[in-house]
Design a protein around this ligand. Structure first.
Ligand code: GRF
Length: 207
């Protein structure tokens, strides 16, 4: 099984997934990391892991379809089965979503459907959570569809943030959950199959 990771930033979730694959010796590999900009820190991590990289920026293309076609070329070249977004800030073009139907996952650092949607990423999410005064936050791993943060939910985990005195403190607590559970989804994908019924995701044993 081959999975592609798409990232725009520092890549700590990419690292967590790769380290999990290495330590569990799963029959799974990341043949390629795809970034949308050459400054993404994740690219350096990939070099350290010996993982191939592609930088494909939407700005290089005149339409989302052309951007998607370039992504699909790379995904085909590396024979990718599943896609995991890890801090990837670009909208996935429809032609990619259609080709990889129910095989693209994202992690969001809050409990959707709250604190998500266009423009809600990175620090902004944790600031909104802090300002809202909610007492728990967490992670949502979901399938990717054509709307930001709106695909069927695969997994959610929460953590108390009552003691957090800043958005940064919330981010740190949530990141621990991200690194623990995002790699575990890779395991589940390998051993079970996802059945999507409307907004509901059901796991079926493949054996
Ligand atoms: C994470 O908080 C993830 O949930 C969000 O973007 C951030 C990426 O962090 N989608 P990293 O680049 O994996 O360290």
């Amino acid at each position: 099984m081959k999975i592609a990771v798409l990232a725009s930033g520092r890549g700590s979730n990419f690292r967590a997934i790769q380290e999990h694959i290495q330590s569990e010796k799963l029959d799974c590999e990341i043949p390629v990391l795809i970034c949308d900009k050459p400054s993404a820190g994740a690219l350096e991590l990939a070099a350290r892991f010996g993982i191939a990289t592609e930088v494909i920026s939407p700005g290089q293309f005149s339409t989302p379809d052309d951007f998607g076609a370039a992504l699909l070329n790379a995904l085909t070249e590396y024979r990718v089965d599943f896609i995991f977004l890890a801090g990837y800030l670009r909208k996935i073009p429809v032609n990619v979503i259609e080709r990889f139907s129910n095989r693209i996952f994202n992690i969001h650092p809050a409990l959707l459907p709250s604190f998500g949607g266009k423009g809600m990423y990175g620090k902004r999410v944790h600031e909104a959570v802090f300002q809202a005064g909610v007492k728990v936050s967490g992670i949502t791993i979901h399938l990717v569809n054509s709307e930001y943060d709106a695909g069927p939910i695969v997994l959610q985990k929460c953590v108390s943030i009552e003691e957090c005195a800043s958005p940064e403190a919330i981010a740190a607590k949530v990141l621990i959950l991200e690194h623990k559970y995002y790699p575990q989804i890779v395991d589940l994908i390998l051993s079970q199959k996802i059945v999507v019924n409307g907004k509901r995701v059901i796991w079926r044993d493949q054996t």
